[in-house]
Design a protein around this ligand. Structure first.
Ligand code: CA
Length: 224
């Protein structure tokens, strides 16, 4: 899962980005509204954290522009505590949720998790695929109750496939959601990661759809 953090306060931006990376996300950072808007317009994000007060273009204009352009990714706004009018304006402009400053990073993480889950159609914090359980809160996965030891790339891959269970996900899409913008991307590595993940899962839940990509689904679903 890939997140964009748009916040001009350098320390706050770094604090949020570090916490998100720690939780297993890939993070791109922007420090003004124009740069942030451009990244959101050109790169695919699973969620965006957007400050309202930004140089070059304010946060409300950024989200408004994206929505006009048909960009539907979940957006969490950062607002000032006592500015209720900002919250209303943000939601009206197309933001999905907000957190008032000062906030606890844990609250931001929880709201981001919920936004990503809901965007993928999951209401519970745990996503289940046959014997595999993904705990989005703890960033951990188990098979038949046994914890899986996954590298950060393997976890991101599993998380993305499980959030999009039953759908065919292309290699390009996986690359775009597993690496940040500065990474030298190579979609061939995805095949390697899928191979390793299959081995670690020990069950055949990831199907290769020739020429299209991969699809993860529970055995009972696959048999239908
Ligand atoms: Ca600001």
């Amino acid at each position: 899962m890939r997140i964009l953090v748009i916040e001009d306060d350098v320390n706050l931006n770094r604090q949020l980005s570090d916490a998100l990376k720690e939780a297993g996300y890939v993070v791109d950072q922007a420090f003004d509204g124009e740069e942030g808007h451009y990244l959101g317009e050109t790169e695919p994000y699973d969620a965006v954290i957007l400050d309202i007060g930004l140089p070059m273009m304010d946060g409300i204009s950024v989200v408004e522009k994206w929505r006009t352009e048909g960009k539907g990714m979940p957006v969490l706004m950062l607002t000032a505590r006592d500015r209720w009018s900002d919250k209303v304006a943000g939601i009206d402009a197309g933001a999905d949720d907000y957190v008032a400053k000062p906030f606890h990073v844990e609250e931001v993480l929880a709201r981001v998790r919920a936004l990503i889950r809901r965007a993928a159609g999951h209401s519970s914090s745990e996503i289940v695929c046959g014997p595999v359980r993904l705990d989005t809160k703890a960033s951990k996965a188990t098979v038949d109750g046994v914890p899986l030891k996954l590298t950060s790339h393997e976890f991101r891959l599993l998380s993305y496939l499980m959030h999009h269970m039953g759908q065919v996900v292309s290699r390009t899409e996986l690359v775009e959601h597993m690496y940040d913008q500065d990474f030298d991307r190579d979609s061939n590595t995805i095949e390697v990661f899928v191979g390793r993940l299959r081995k670690k899962l020990g069950v055949d839940l990831i199907e290769t759809v020739r020429g299209l990509g991969y699809r993860m689904q529970a055995p009972s679903e696959a048999a239908k």
